[in-house]
Design a protein. Structure first.
Lengths: 899, 428
């Protein structure tokens, strides 16, 4: 356990290390060129030149001609090699004279900091925004706005990549099969949008679940009795028949069969099974027939829990979860709705919702789950008692390990009880649906439409889809050609029109956000020159020096940029009308429109899309959480924890609160299961709402959120390095350099039980480790009262495994949570760290602003943006950097309105 | 609870077998003289084993090199084929800096940050270099197999084209099967019309692309070129399809069964190996890459763990899983070797004599990016087999191996990626 403990913490940094911003505070002018000092050259001279000079180039490495100024990629690569060789301890060679620890640490600190600057400088696009296609999120939302239908985009690349945003054009490619995917998705969307005939009547189908369950129990009973019979016969035969090897074999079989008999009998004898089913730890599934149209449906179930129902978190699988005394009136009970996911069905399901259930066997409760069916989406749905996904062996724990089991004479998992399940739909009342009109306009299919109507439809749809740009006449002619060809092939009007409509949705003016500059037209090569070298065909992007002058966006382009920034979808009618009347550039109108959009529900697309990438929340999915140690941190909780981050930012945005609220607040935005996780009483229902933090509960602010804390773990133990680096990077805007690869494992810790804090002392032993870890680790210490999933703990638990899942030894350690910030501020524990971090609101605002620039403009935020960032911050400062004021200041900037 | 929904489980157990063709009878072989047969084409397979291996138990002892070496724990299932495999240690990609890019750069060796102002950059992969030469005469220039879910990195691709863009891959064995062997049901005239319609769609969007290009900056034009490149690739595919329209797909003489749906893990990999061998045997293609599944492989061995968790193992369940996965991979490799050897070519040799197989990862384990695990087999590239090579320089470019394999099969680019030359020690 312990050997790897250092490693994952350490190296996982590499993944996020690429998102680098300079380590400057507000006070100093940022350094924009990476530059090593003459004294650093001295270091190289003393320790490296002997083997790496003009005459002798050991390992083909020459260092005496290495430029101190790092302005080009080849130079950066050579310095990176030096950094790696020193970091790994590979150089200087063992038999050579070694630099002193302070010398080495000093040199490495300087070099790693310069490399951070170099990377930022080299990734500076000089304000050039590369044209980009819609990313996957935007594609889905754009289709939704255009046609009011949902598509499943999973054939498209996800576009989220480490260290950048999915809005940055230079990183979004177009692979060879993507064109075909777009055509297919468009066709799917149009098949859903355009309807013929009569609406499908609404149905309500209820399934009584007990009959099948009881049949199955009776089958079990029969099988168990047959086994018992078989053993009896074998014994009667004197053990000569071949069914069993010997008496122990036979009696094992007998006792298992008796167990099954007892369970089945108990199940059938239970009066509640006369009218319903106990699914135990299984699922209850049902299906909406495939011939029903896509649309909105509702799933329902009548459910209850017996008062003494067992609880997954109380299986006593874990030594970490003590009794939860704040719970009065029993454990809260939850039921999950789900559907078939990518893998592992039915053990794993894709969760749709999690509902608290208070119904009793006497007075059961009806729960509801709305769903939207799309073409090709799964039609099988299920519900189950809330539990960790993928854990078929929970049953094993129940039958063989759980001490509570003896208390239940029934022997079966008498938890969730289901009376019936039902589905209802489609719920659409309008016919033809909105989508039909969005695709075809006012054209009446029953009035025998012809070419003229087809042309109108295509012209209107192309104008809408192209967001203010017009289709060419040639293009329109060819679209009509496709339509005519399909008609000739015998397709009815509404079918034939789909082919040209789909082509519109696979055209560059739809797929790309185009902002042309009125300069001399640049001819595009009609054929792609085939290059036969391994070098890229595209030349490097323009350097900052060669950057062209920016010109203002047109009104329509400004509307697009604003709308894709805040809604990830095209402008609505109101915004378009301001654009077409030329009023949008009026600063007052623009600000009012931005405020309107920020208040709209659609802003959640920005909040979740941006925040997920800004805070690097993909890390939440990097590791699976050990369900044995953390049974409460299941799929539903993880989803709620992720959502808490977004909902909190949304609240701060809506209420126009100071940015520092995200660092420290006296409220949390949670739902029922998260409140349960945080030990906050009195929160009912799965909706998120603002709740005051009760006294003594250590929550409020990003640092205390389960998602953020869980990201700082490997699913087994908390990672104080990961947490410390995250705080430096995301909150204090003082990022440490990326962790070096190939750090050797510390095998001397193998098989030893040690607290995390003690393991970290290893980081102080080598100067190359100490230079960063002395800044990172102490921050992590403060959060040690949160376990790997972000639950509060009073002791740290560690265990050492033998093979085959057996715990060899385990131990609890007291927690020391004192530490200090890099600037020397000492703190004690979580609250102390939170107070210390909260004082750095300005740094936090700077980091956020740089990320907003990158996300909104779709290009890296480089040194050339210093002025823009400064302007935004100065404007927003009097309002305590409320996210709304930051966004407004950015929108008002010249850069946001230029191309 | 016997869930009727658990079809997946049922299908996993249903035996699915692809009967391999037996075109060449013993008698035929006896009378066929070498002179009348064209030399057998070379083929290449690249198997990306994401997330690395178990550091402690996969690598053979570095002190035992050359032809005398003992199989490591993780390679033991290959005991019967020790003379047919070569393990290479101490190679790496010098530009690798980020383990979470997974197999994205394994076959390319590119520098992700090679172009200023861009957050991602890649170059052509070794299999595609070979495909440019080998793909001329076959129905499919190359095939890229993947697995559903992708499991990390920049998309699911392990193969990258000349422009450094991902090559479309196939992740469903059923789709692979149909692509390779299924008869077209539509009549020829209808298929011709279909190709024309597809071409016509491309012509239509090209009009808009040209119009879009007006007024674009150079960077934007480059971006639009990506769109055009993708159109162009479809055109090439259509042209090739047209060229092969009248040529029936070569089918095995014995019946070939369509694979069951929903196979996963070990069964899925085996099936993909069967399909690879069948594709080579019928000369449908000569170059195949395969990004192998990890999570489902672990699942089929009873470990409910994903690849990332596995690679960050420590003593205990995660390490056990990692070791089980190594073993499983070795068993599957043995299965592939046995299959390649058993498949005869018209001249009496075996497929194994003409194929070059590379199995490996650009991650050693967790975030270790040096000493990449690499296992080579097949006689196609003329490399030494039965050897354990530990390169004296721990920074030997993995691209040197790729260059050596290319030259070995008769593709002779002057260099590849960051290669510095052919590895003489590797060549027989």
């Amino acid at each position: 356990m312990s050997t790897a403990m250092l490693r994952p913490l350490h190296l996982a940094l590499g993944s996020v290390g690429l998102l680098i911003f300079s380590a400057t505070s507000l006070a100093e002018t940022p350094q924009t060129t990476a530059r090593m000092l003459p004294e650093n050259r001295k270091f190289l001279e003393t320790h490296c030149f002997e083997c790496h000079n003009a005459d002798k180039q050991k390992g083909k490495v020459r260092l005496d001609d290495l430029a101190l100024e790092i302005t080009e990629i080849p130079t950066a690569e050579r310095w990176q090699k030096v950094l790696a060789a020193l970091n790994s301890g590979e150089m200087p060679p063992e038999d050579a004279k070694q630099p002193s620890a302070p010398d080495k640490a000093g040199f490495l600190e300087k070099l790693s900091k310069q490399m951070v600057i170099a990377r930022k400088a080299l990734s500076d696009s000089g304000g050039v925004i590369t044209m980009r296609r819609l990313n996957r999120r935007e594609y889905v939302y754009t289709i939704r706005e255009l046609l009011d239908v949902e598509v499943n985009p999973f054939d498209l690349p996800s576009d989220e990549a480490p260290g950048t945003f999915d809005t940055v054009g230079s990183g979004l490619f177009f692979s060879s099969d993507q064109f075909a995917q777009y055509l297919k998705l468009a066709r799917n969307a149009l098949d859903q949008a355009i309807v013929t005939g009569k609406p499908a009547p609404k149905q309500q189908v209820r399934i009584e679940v007990e009959q099948k369950a009881n049949e199955s129990a009776r089958t079990d009973l029969k099988a168990a009795r047959a086994s018992i019979q078989k053993v009896a016969q074998w014994r009667k035969s004197g053990g000569t028949s071949p069914e069993f090897n010997d008496e122990p074999h036979a009696s094992t079989n007998e006792s298992l069969a008796r167990g099954r008999e007892t369970v089945a009998l108990a199940y059938l004898k239970d009066p509640a099974t006369l009218t319903g089913r106990f699914p135990k730890l299984d699922i209850e599934h049902f299906q909406i027939p495939g011939n029903l149209p896509p649309g909105r449906y509702i799933l329902r179930a009548r459910v209850a829990f017996p008062p003494d129902a067992p609880h997954v978190s109380n299986l006593n699988m874990t030594p970490l979860l003590g009794p939860r005394p704040w719970l009065t009136g029993g454990e809260p009970r939850f039921v999950e709705f789900g559907t078939q996911g990518d893998q592992g069905w039915p053990i794993e399901m894709k969760l749709l919702g999690c509902h608290q259930v208070k119904g009793t066997l006497e007075k059961a409760e009806i729960i509801e789950q709305p769903v939207v069916l799309t073409k090709g989406s799964p039609r099988i749905f299920a519900l189950r008692e809330r539990r960790p996904n993928g854990q078929a062996d929970l049953n094993y724990f129940w039958y063989y390990k759980a001490p509570q089991r003896s208390k239940h004479e029934f022997g079966f998992w008498r938890g969730l009880w289901i009376d019936w399940v039902e589905w209802e739909g489609p719920l659409e009342t309008q016919w033809p649906p909105e989508s039909h009109q969005l695709a075809l306009g006012e054209v009446d299919l029953t009035a025998n439409p012809g070419d003229e109507q087809a042309r109108d439809i295509l012209q209107n749809f192309a104008s809408r889809a192209f967001r203010g740009r017009q289709p060419t006449a040639d293009f329109m002619e060819r679209l009509m050609g496709h339509f005519a060809e399909r008609r000739k092939a015998g397709e009815p009007f509404e079918q034939a029109i789909k082919t040209p409509l789909a082509i519109i949705l696979a055209s560059p003016k739809f797929l790309y956000i185009v902002e042309p500059v009125e300069r001399e037209a640049l001819a595009v090569a009609q054929t792609v020159p085939a290059s036969f070298t391994a070098t890229p065909t595209t030349p490097p992007a323009a350097s900052p020096a060669g950057a062209t002058k920016r010109v203002p966006l047109s009104d329509a382009e400004l509307a697009n940029r604003l709308s894709y920034f805040l809604w990830s979808s095209p402008p609505d009618e109101r915004l378009l009308s301001f654009a077409s009347s030329g009023k949008l550039k009026d600063p007052k109108v623009l600000a009012a429109e931005a405020n309107r959009m920020l208040a709209d529900e659609k802003v959640m697309r920005f909040v979740s899309g941006f925040t997920h990438q800004w805070l690097h929340m993909t890390r939440l999915d990097f590791f699976q959480f050990n369900w044995r140690l953390y049974p409460l941190f299941d799929g539903s909780l993880k989803a709620a924890a992720r959502r808490e981050v977004f909902e909190t930012l949304r609240t701060v945005l809506d209420e126009n609160l100071p940015l520092g609220t995200l660092l420290k607040s006296d409220f949390v935005v949670v739902n029922d299961i998260l409140a349960d996780f945080y030990d906050i009483p009195g929160v009912e229902g799965s909706a998120f709402r603002k709740v005051s933090v009760p006294a003594g509960i250590p929550r409020g602010g990003l640092l205390s959120m389960a998602a953020i804390l869980a990201m700082g773990s490997d699913g087994e133990r908390s990672s104080l390095v990961e947490r410390g680096a995250w705080v430096l990077r995301k909150l204090l805007h003082d990022p440490p350099p990326p962790a070096p690869a190939n750090v050797p494992q510390l095998s001397r810790f193998a098989g030893k039980l040690l607290p995390a804090r003690e393991l970290m002392t290893a980081h102080q032993e080598q100067p190359q480790c100490a230079q960063c870890h002395r800044r990172i680790d102490p921050i992590g210490f403060a959060l040690e009262h949160f376990d790997a999933t972000g639950r509060w703990r009073t002791e740290e638990y560690t265990e050492v495994y033998k093979i085959h899942k057996a715990v060899e030894k385990k131990q609890f350690f007291p927690i020391d949570s004192s530490g200090r910030l890099p600037d020397g501020t000492p703190f004690d524990g979580f609250e102390g760290l939170r107070d210390a971090v909260a004082k750095h609101e300005a740094n936090f605002a700077r980091g956020l602003t740089e990320h907003l620039v990158e996300y909104a403009l779709g290009r890296p935020c480089g040194f050339s943006d210093a002025e823009l960032v400064e302007t935004v911050l100065q404007k927003s400062k009097p309002q305590r950097y409320t996210p709304r004021s930051l966004i407004q200041a950015l929108i008002a900037s010249k850069e946001f309105q230029s191309k | 609870m016997n869930s009727p929904l658990n079809r997946r489980h049922f299908l996993r157990n249903a035996s699915v077998c692809i009967a391999l063709p037996f075109l060449e009878s013993v008698g035929f072989r006896r009378f066929a003289s070498a002179a009348t047969l064209a030399p057998r084409p070379k083929r290449m397979i690249f198997l990306a084993m994401g997330w690395g291996v178990t550091n402690e138990t996969w690598y053979p002892d570095p002190k035992q090199t050359g032809a005398e070496w003992t199989l490591s724990e993780g390679l033991k299932p290959l005991a019967a084929f020790q003379k047919d495999i070569t393990v290479v240690q101490n190679t790496f990609h010098k530009h690798s800096s980020d383990a979470h890019s997974c197999s994205t750069f394994w076959l390319t060796g590119a520098n992700r940050y090679g172009i200023p102002g861009r957050s991602f950059h890649n170059t052509i992969s070794v299999d595609q270099v070979a495909a440019e030469q080998f793909g001329q005469d076959t129905r499919f220039g190359s095939l890229a197999f993947s697995n559903p879910g992708g499991e990390g990195g920049h998309g699911s691709a392990v193969s990258w084209n000349r422009q450094g863009k991902p090559v479309a891959d196939l992740s469903d064995p059923v789709a692979v099967f149909h692509k390779l062997f299924s008869d077209e049901k539509t009549p020829l005239s209808e298929r011709k019309a279909q190709l024309q319609r597809e071409q016509s769609v491309l012509d239509t969007v090209l009009i808009e692309a040209k119009d879009t290009a007006r007024g674009l900056s150079r960077e934007d034009t480059d971006k639009l070129n990506e769109y055009l490149e993708s159109i162009r690739e479809i055109e090439i595919r259509l042209a090739k399809e047209e060229q092969w329209l009248t040529v029936p797909k070569v089918k095995p003489t014995q019946s070939i069964t369509e694979p069951g749906k929903g196979l996963s893990g070990e069964q899925e990999v085996k099936l993909m190996y069967d399909l690879m061998v069948a594709a080579f045997q019928t000369d449908a293609t000569r170059v195949i890459s395969y990004r192998q599944p990890v999570q489902s492989l672990l699942r089929s061995r009873g470990y409910n763990l994903d690849g990332h968790n596995m690679s960050h193992y420590s003593m205990g369940p995660r390490m056990e899983a990692s070791q089980a996965r190594d073993k499983c991979q070795s068993e599957l490799t043995a299965y592939l070797i046995q299959k390649l050897k058993a498949t005869k070519e018209p001249d009496g040799s075996s497929l194994f004599d003409h194929v070059s197989v590379a199995l490996g990862s650009n991650v050693r384990t967790a975030h270790q990016l040096d000493n990449c695990p690499l296992l080579l087999t097949g006689r196609g590239a003329g490399i030494k087999l039965g050897h354990h090579l530990v390169m004296p320089d721990p920074k030997t470019p993995l691209c040197n191996v790729w260059l050596s394999l290319l030259h070995g099969v008769g593709v002779r680019p002057p260099s590849f990626g960051d290669s510095t030359g052919i590895l003489d020690a590797l060549m027989a």
